[in-house]
Design a protein around this ligand. Sequence first.
Ligand code: ZN
Length: 134
Amino acid sequence: MYNQKVLDAFAHPQNVGEIENPDGEGTVGNATCGDIMRITLRIENDVITDAKFQTFGCAAAIATSSTATQMVIGMTVDEALKLTNARVVEELEGLPPQKIHCSVLAEEAIKKAIEDYRAKKEGKTVDKSKVDYV
Ligand SMILES: [Zn+2]
């Protein structure tokens, strides 16, 4: 059901782990599949210099997290906010239709991590214990 590119990304995911004292972090989940994804970002002068993820989920969730983190490294936060799940799926040369919802997690986790970064810059505190279900 998965193409070779997705299987490769699942078998050899990049950027697995957690950045210590990240500049932004976001955790999202989806109720349909039960996937939970946490993304941590290192951001310097509004440019994402590192991104790592921890995903408890299906092959589609892991493959899209890996690909999305690879894509956002080097982007400005504004560019990263425009990264859509459709673009990540395109990079993976497609996902089975019933697995598209899993790719939404990567987009949402990155958005949430950037919101966290911006909130911190403004001196606001963010409750990170909360998982948003998308
Ligand atoms: Zn899933």
